[in-house]
Design a protein. Structure first.
Length: 465
């Protein structure tokens, strides 16, 4: 492809990014949840807040951008321990924006006031990946709301604290140290990325505090610690499903893979996919590192085509999603597209559009893939729209901690309960049980991008039947 054509396509991608995302930001912020609430960075936000400013039980808002005046009043009221006023303010704030999980968590915390409670924390990247953070918080908030409105954990309400770790392993470690030193904290949901989970996991282990990640999929987390669990299947499961689909269903045997060498998750998914394709009788003929400064989507796709590749596998993470979207545009639907769960975002639908139609992704859960569960209906009633797999798996992590607290509301009791052979809880994605490795033995769901109206982008993810 000529340099001129490359420039045209990349310019088109940029225009789509600005125009379509701009329109979608308005819709996602002002209407239903659908796949995520897009939030723009507030230039006045402190780019490196102190550890104290990263943690809140309601006395400060951690979400980026402006918050409504009534929510601001609620935050001030809970900081002043004026709990009745805070309850009224947060209730009104939810009427204005029903899909704000931070507000719902703060409301439930205000209802507890100074009464006895059991405390767990959420470690999420509100500063750097607010969309994923809000998706995770929706699952946590829904579980807290359900247990507290039904009488609490054997009569004791559940309090949730939120910590903004920015998906930064060093910050995640600092937050872990802070939480370990707070004896009231009995468990943690998070962190989000595998890199942060592996880094903070060493602190949680030494402090004997359980952390359950709903979203960290690296195979390195298996058997990492008796205090680090996850409700999401590992990359081994996702890679195996994608490789099986590629070779057996699509009857294609030659793939190239795009990954980020600086991401534990991306490296893990890449390595597992290469192995799985080989076991299925196929091959990965080239690997392209999206993190390289000189990465060229055009040259990579051209090279893949010359090597006889039939499939482009996108093992991109959040930081390299834009480059993966360039690959989708350059490909022009010529080669089959596969992808991992980090590509499951509203942005992929907004920017990929027609060029992404037909792409198959491996995700842990889809709202239309669990017909026997009542979670989809309850979440739609609560948030006013569909939730993502991150919300479902975060709900499951919180439900697991709640079930463990019912057995023994101490740090050691929670850990022993989760490791017990008779432990089980019912979550959004079915029964929750943990292996000795800390993993959950659960399948993945393949989804495909299709034209549709549910996400308001003109395109949707739907289960591969």
């Amino acid at each position: 492809m000529s340099q001129k054509n490359e420039t045209k396509i990349l310019a088109l991608t940029l225009l789509l990014t600005v125009g379509i995302v701009g329109g979608s930001i308005w819709w996602f912020t002002n209407n239903g949840v659908k796949f995520s609430n897009s939030i723009t960075q507030n230039p006045e936000t402190d780019s490196n807040p102190s550890l104290q400013d990263r943690i809140s039980f309601g006395e400060k808002s951690l979400t980026l951008g402006d918050i409504s005046p009534v929510k601001k009043e609620g935050v001030q009221a809970i900081a002043a321990k004026s709990y009745d006023k805070a309850i009224a303010n947060f209730t009104d704030a939810l009427k204005l924006n029903r899909n704000d999980p931070e507000t719902l968590i703060f409301l439930n915390n205000a209802r507890i006031g100074s009464s006895q409670s059991y405390t767990i924390m959420a470690s999420v990247p509100l500063g750097t990946d607010p969309n994923a953070a809000l998706e995770i918080l929706r699952g946590i908030a829904q579980a807290q709301n359900e247990i507290n409105t039904s009488g609490g954990v054997k009569g004791v309400p559940l309090k949730i604290g939120i910590a903004n770790d920015d998906d930064n392993p060093e910050i995640a470690k600092q937050i872990a140290s802070n939480l370990v030193s707070n004896s009231e904290v009995l468990g943690v949901v998070g962190p989000n990325t595998s890199d942060s989970t592996l880094a903070a996991g060493t602190i949680y282990t030494s402090g004997q505090l359980v952390a359950i990640s709903p979203t960290s999929t690296s195979v390195k987390i298996s058997n990492f610690s008796h205090y680090v669990f996850r409700t999401v299947p590992s990359d081994f499961m996702a890679a195996r499903s994608l490789a099986n689909y590629m070779v057996r269903t699509l009857q294609k045997k030659n793939a190239v893979i795009f990954f980020n060498s600086q991401s534990n998750y991306s490296q893990s998914l890449k390595s597992e996919f290469v192995s799985s394709v080989s076991l299925e009788g196929g091959q990965v003929s080239s690997e392209f590192d999206l993190s390289q400064v000189n990465f060229s989507a055009v040259k990579s796709v051209e090279q893949a085509t010359k090597q006889g590749a039939e499939v482009l596998m996108l093992a991109a993470n959040t930081e390299t999603l834009d480059k993966a979207l360039q690959v989708i545009q350059i490909n022009q639907k010529k080669l089959t597209l596969l992808a991992g769960d980090d590509v499951y975002t509203a942005k992929t639908l907004e920017i990929g559009r027609e060029q992404a139609v037909g792409m198959v992704l491996a995700v842990p859960w889809h709202i239309d893939g669990a017909p026997k569960s009542d979670f989809p209906q309850k979440s739609r009633q609560l948030w006013g729209g569909d939730v993502s797999w991150r919300s479902a798996l975060s709900y499951d992590a919180t439900v697991a901690l709640i079930e463990a607290l019912k057995r023994n509301p101490t740090r050691s009791g929670v850990q022993q309960a989760l490791l017990s052979s008779d432990f089980s809880a019912t979550g959004a994605s079915g029964t929750i049980r943990f292996l000795a490795s800390g993993d959950r033995n659960a399948p993945v769901q393949l989804v495909k991008i299709v034209p549709g109206s549910r996400s308001r982008t003109g395109y949707d993810f739907e289960p591969v039947r």
